[in-house]
Design a protein around this ligand. Sequence first.
Ligand code: 2NE
Length: 270
Amino acid sequence: WEAPADARYQDILYHQAEHIAKITINRPEVRNAFRPQTVRELIDAFHRAHMDPEIGVIILTGAGELAFCSGGDQRIRGHEGYKDEAGVEHLNVLELQRQIRTLPKPVVAMIAGYAIGGGHVLHLICDLTIAADNARFGQTGPRVGSFDAGFGAGLMARTVGLKKAKEIWFLCRQYDAQEALDMGLVNTVVPLAELEAVTVDWCRQMNRLSPTALRVLKSAFNADTDGLAGIQELAGNATALFYTTEEGQEGRNAFLEKRAPDFGRFPRRP
Ligand code: 2NE
């Protein structure tokens, strides 16, 4: 892995290799709990990977073998959210959730240890999850006076089914990696020692496939869940593909050449 010189962060790490970006939450002393700064940096790092044409797939992980992420840092939770350095309270992880869903490249959660609370929702948001055999999953919101009634509830139900999603939230139990696999919460479980190698192998496989096909499929999977915003994402891909056609370009060219467009030469396909 190489760390670009200009990707300097305090709470996270950014690495890249073989068209893969690896973003690591680096607060192992609190099981990789996030604070507003962590989330701000994650948003910046995901934007970087999104905009970098060299990057095809993104890995999100946590430092160490004990945790992927334990959710919001409870030590700095105020009355309305998580306090930043200036004392302003945020729930900026919701913006991060939307960003991970809408950026047009596959995002893979690579999980060793705990994915708990808001950290559990983060892996749920990722397109794929690869779990080490020591991974443990669960929500704690109702125990610590919190909840994620957005994707945390709705997408959970779509992923594991309504009854199981309610069990996860209503009982605040922890589930081991095999249980998570059985309920469709993760894609595969691997020995801890093989976690990164398997994750990178999956990323390599995706990087060998058509980036446009993966991009459109990702937006298609979001479309019904995300309503009009989801359709907008899918439709944006249709527009981008249309721009690459002669028919799309004829409209632009005609405008620039100050003439009437000639769409008559394009077929009216059945
Ligand atoms: C993650 C878990 C299960 C790990 O347990 P264990 O036994 O391995 O470690 P331990 O001793 O609990 O934690 C190690 C250190 O990390 C801190 C702990 O306080 C402890 O610190 P020291 O005693 O060594 O000083 N730590 C762990 N998680 C933390 C956290 N989230 N914030 C601050 N410090 C944390 C166990 O630690 C656990 O259950 N953690 C709490 C999980 C949790 O409730 N997270 C918040 C859920 S709410 C949320 O994330 C959220 C939301 O619901 C909606 C919107 C946004 C966020």
